[in-house]
Design a binder for this molecule. Structure first.
Ligand SMILES: NC(=O)c1ccc[n+]([C@@H]2O[C@H](COP(=O)([O-])OP(=O)(O)OC[C@H]3O[C@@H](n4cnc5c(N)ncnc54)[C@H](OP(=O)(O)O)[C@@H]3O)[C@@H](O)[C@H]2O)c1
Length: 317
C-alpha cells in the first residue's frame, strides 16, 4: 500500500468514478472533493477513498484539502450553465481552476493535471470551449506548478451520457429522428483510455508542460454515429438532419427547458469538429481498441440489463 495521496476535484462524476477506481487500485489514497457527499455514497465502498464535502470555491477549504497531497487532478466541468451569459462556465472552469492552482501553490503541491476538452480555444464558438481554454492557460502560466493538460474528444463508456443518451432517444417511438449538426464530426475516446492517460501521466516527468489530445481510432459524423447506434440496437429509424437555422432556434428554445437537454452553447460547441490533430494516446503509449466494437459491446450489455429488469418486473418474487 502506497502512502501517496491524490486530490480530485470533480472526481464524483462519470470520468471521476472510473479514474478514482483506477487510482485506488494503483495504491493511491484518494481525496474526492464534492459539493454534496450524500449524492455519491457508492464511491464510499473503496477503503482508500475519502469523500470530502465542502465549498469547493472556498480558498481555505481547497488549501486544507490539497495540503499533504502528491498530486491534484481537476476534472470539474459543466456542459450547461443556469443562465445564458457564460458566467456559470466562467465560475466552474476558470475561477475554480485559478483557486485550485492557488491552493496548490500555497500548500507546495507541484503536480497538477487538468481535464480540458478537445478544441478548447480562446476563439472557440462556445462559452464551454473558450472557458476551458482560459482554464488551460491558468495552468500553463502557473509558477511552481508541474502541469499536464488532457483534451479529450467526446468520452464514451458503460455509464456515459453520450452513447447512452442517443440510445435512449433513438428508442422513442417516433417515425423520424431529428438531428442538429448531423455532419459535425467526433472522435469518441473510450473511458478506460482516458483513465489510462491520466494514470500514466501522474508520475511521468516527460508529460509535464504538455497537452494531450485524446481521441479514439475512428472518426464519425453525428449522423453516422446515431445511425450505427440504431443499427446496433436493431432499430430502423429515419434520421432527419435539421438545417442550421432551425437547429439554432431549437437550441434557443431548449435553453429554457429545465435541465437543458440541449442548449445554444452545446449547438455552438458542435460548430467545430472534435477531431484530434495529434495522437495523445499514442504519445502516451496507449493503443485504443476499435470504437465500433466497444460501442457494440456497451449497447448489448445495456440491452441485456434492460431485458433482465423487464423480466424481474414481470416475474413475481
Ligand atoms: N464526458 C465527456 O464526454 C467529456 C468530453 C471532454 C471533456 N470532458 C471533461 O471531463 C471532465 C469530467 O467530465 P464528466 O463527464 O465526468 O462530468 P460529470 O459526470 O458531469 O462530473 C462533473 C463533476 O464536476 C463537479 N461539478 C459539476 N458542476 C460543478 C460546479 N458548477 N462547480 C463545481 N463542481 C462542479 C461534480 O461534482 P459534485 O457534484 O460532486 O460537486 C462532478 O463530479 C469535465 O471537465 C468535462 O468538461 C468530458
Amino acid at each position: 500500500m502506497s502512502d501517496r495521496t491524490i486530490c480530485l476535484l470533480g472526481g464524483t462524476g462519470f470520468v471521476g468514478g472510473h479514474l478514482t477506481a483506477r487510482l485506488a487500485n494503483d495504491g493511491w489514497r484518494v481525496r474526492l472533493l464534492t459539493r454534496s457527499a450524500a449524492r455519491h455514497r457508492a464511491l464510499k465502498v473503496l477503503p482508500t477513498v475519502k469523500i470530502i464535502e465542502g465549498d469547493v470555491y472556498s480558498p481555505d477549504f481547497l488549501r486544507n484539502q490539497v495540503d499533504g497531497c502528491d498530486a491534484v487532478i481537476n476534472l470539474v466541468g459543466i456542459l450547461n450553465e443556469r443562465g445564458r451569459d457564460g458566467k456559470g462556465f466562467e465560475r466552474a472552469h476558470v475561477e475554480l481552476t485559478g483557486k485550485a492552482i492557488a491552493a496548490c501553490q500555497a500548500a507546495g503541491v507541484r503536480r497538477f493535471l487538468q481535464m480540458s476538452s478537445l478544441k478548447a480555444s480562446p476563439e472557440g464558438p462556445s462559452h464551454y470551449l473558450r472557458t476551458k481554454a482560459e482554464a488551460e492557460s491558468i495552468v500553463r502560466r502557473a509558477q511552481n506548478i508541474d502541469g499536464t493538460i488532457m483534451q479529450p474528444s467526446v468520452i464514451f463508456g458503460p455509464d456515459d451520457s453520450f452513447v447512452n443518451r442517443f440510445a435512449t432517444l433513438i428508442r422513442l417511438p417516433i417515425p423520424v429522428f431529428p438531428l442538429p449538426r448531423d455532419k459535425a464530426r467526433v472522435q469518441p475516446v473510450y473511458i478506460s483510455d482516458v483513465v489510462e492517460a491520466f494514470a500514466r501521466s501522474i508520475d511521468n516527468p516527460d508529460t509535464v508542460g504538455k497537452t494531450y489530445q485524446l481521441g479514439g481510432p475512428e472518426v464519425y459524423s453525428l449522423k453516422e454515429l446515431v445511425g450505427f447506434i440504431a443499427e446496433t440496437l436493431g432499430l430502423r429509424r429515419r434520421l432527419l438532419p435539421i438545417p442550421d437555422g432551425l437547429a439554432r432556434i431549437q437550441a434557443f428554445l431548449m435553453d429554457f427547458v429545465p435541465g437543458k437537454p440541449f442548449s445554444t452553447d452545446n449547438y455552438k460547441s458542435l460548430l467545430v469538429n472534435s477531431i484530434c490533430e495529434s495522437d495523445g494516446l499514442e504519445k502516451l503509449g496507449i493503443t485504443p481498441v476499435s470504437t465500433r466494437l466497444l460501442i457494440q459491446r456497451q449497447l448489448s450489455a445495456r440491452t441485456g440489463r434492460r431485458r433482465l429488469d423487464e423480466y424481474r418486473r414481470q416475474t413475481p418474487a
